[in-house]
Write a protein that binds this ligand. Structure first.
Ligand code: COA
Length: 377
């Protein structure tokens, strides 16, 4: 019997702090007019010092699970697509898995820059459609404010922080993720990169002095690339699934720049009201931009049962890709048992469980010490 990967829950998390163009213009040589005219961005969100990629991701994931009525204990897979992981390792997904109390789940990060969410959705949907997994939580989460040079006007005006998550569940009813296409062209890797902090250029006084831990971008090159691939990826994913553009109800593009979205609309000969756009309020939140836009599109009444929706993204790598969905969810599940008990309690229980596990490791180390049984003779 055919299996489908349905989207049954969705959630987002945004820092409360709003940074407007006017505020930015007080610290770098830019203006509200320039930013709005070239990008469409008016404001973005910036994480507080206590917020991290994992904390935003945890928030979004718990909301998505509540909407789906799925208990964290039932979750089988957690994927975090991110360009700003908390560490090189452990994976941010493992931190999220622990904090939401997904005790039975496998967890990994996926790195495909701003296309990461489309990539992650493709992977999760295939693991569900093959029958390997019953469900997955797919998250896009970023704290890009931590890797931006706030003195570089050519990049600092573009990005923002946030997270969005979807719950995918197996179903025998047609719908959900119908098709995807993902691409890469590593020859363009230097157009958008974070040069230092990895194994090639480990952190040193020199790399920090030279500002190599900040986003480095050739804006014009990325712009040309983006306007080329958005329409092509949309057409490709539709052809794969056997649909034509007139059968698509909504396109949710990566929110990087209003002009890039308009150029894609022009190439596809579609009016802008077929696109969902919120780049004006959040800027480019990388992997989080598409799931945040899905949450807002649903809240705005722009997603209905049966709608065909194209998600299309591009980013560093260079990477690009698209996914075709058929929306199947009416509304968040109204009275899931654990939802009634509240997100706070779920989070508190997960925290307590995590603490107990840490404690048991300490106790084990105390009793067995360094001479414990390591299997070494
Ligand atoms: N405020 C004011 N002036 C700015 C500025 C800012 N924030 N940033 C750049 N400028 C200046 C440049 O210095 C340049 O000045 P010059 O002509 O005196 O040299 C001028 O504006 C034009 O710069 P340019 O880079 O040609 O502008 P642009 O029209 O290409 O717009 C971007 C710049 C970054 C908005 C645009 O190239 C873009 O959106 N690229 C894609 C970036 C992206 O999406 N990245 C993420 C991918 S996931």
């Amino acid at each position: 019997m055919a299996r489908y990967a349905h989207i049954t829950g969705w959630g987002m998390s945004l820092p409360a702090r709003v940074l407007t163009n006017q505020e930015l213009a007080r610290t770098v040589d830019t203006s509200d007019e320039w930013i709005v005219e070239r990008t469409g961005i008016r404001e973005r969100r910036v994480a507080s010092s206590s917020q991290t990629t994992a904390s935003l991701a945890t928030d979004a994931a718990l909301k998505a699970l509540a909407a789906a009525g799925l208990s964290p204990r039932q979750v089988q897979l957690v994927i975090v697509a991110t360009s700003t992981p908390e560490h090189i390792f452990p994976a941010t997904a493992c931190l999220v898995q622990d904090r939401i109390g997904a005790v039975s789940a496998g967890a990994f990060d996926l790195s495909a820059a701003c296309t990461g969410f489309v990539y992650a959705l493709s992977v999760a949907s295939q693991l569900i459609q093959t029958g390997a997994y019953q469900n997955a939580v797919v998250i896009g989460a970023e704290t890009l404010s931590r890797i931006i040079n706030w003195k570089d006007r050519s990049t600092c005006v573009l990005f923002g922080d946030g997270a969005g998550a979807l719950v995918l569940q197996a179903s025998s009813r047609p719908g959900g993720v119908l098709a995807f296409s993902i691409h890469s062209d590593g020859s363009g890797g230097d157009a958008l990169s974070l040069p230092a902090g990895g194994s090639r250029l480990p952190a040193s006084h020199e790399t920090v002095e030279q500002g190599l831990h900040y986003v480095s971008m050739n804006g014009r090159e990325v712009y040309r690339f983006a306007t080329r691939v958005m329409a092509a990826a949309t057409r490709e994913v539709l052809a794969k699934a056997g649909y034509v553009l007139s059968e698509v109800d909504l396109i949710i593009p990566h929110q990087a720049n209003q002009r890039i979205i308009e150029a894609a609309a022009k190439q596809l000969r579609l009016s802008m009201d077929r696109f969902f756009v919120n780049v004006d309020r959040y800027g480019n939140t990388s992997t989080a931009s598409i799931p945040i836009a899905i949450c807002e599109a649903f809240a705005a009444g722009r997603l209905h049962v049966g709608d065909r929706v194209v998600l299309v993204g591009f980013g560093a790598g260079l990477t690009w890709g698209a996914a075709l969905l058929q929306w199947v969810a009416h509304a968040p599940v109204p009275a899931a048992r654990w939802r009634l008990s509240g997100l706070f309690i779920v989070r508190a229980i997960a925290w307590l469980r995590s603490m107990l596990r840490r404690l048991s490791r300490r106790v084990e180390a105390f009793f067995f010490g360094e001479r414990g049984d390591t299997g070494h003779q």
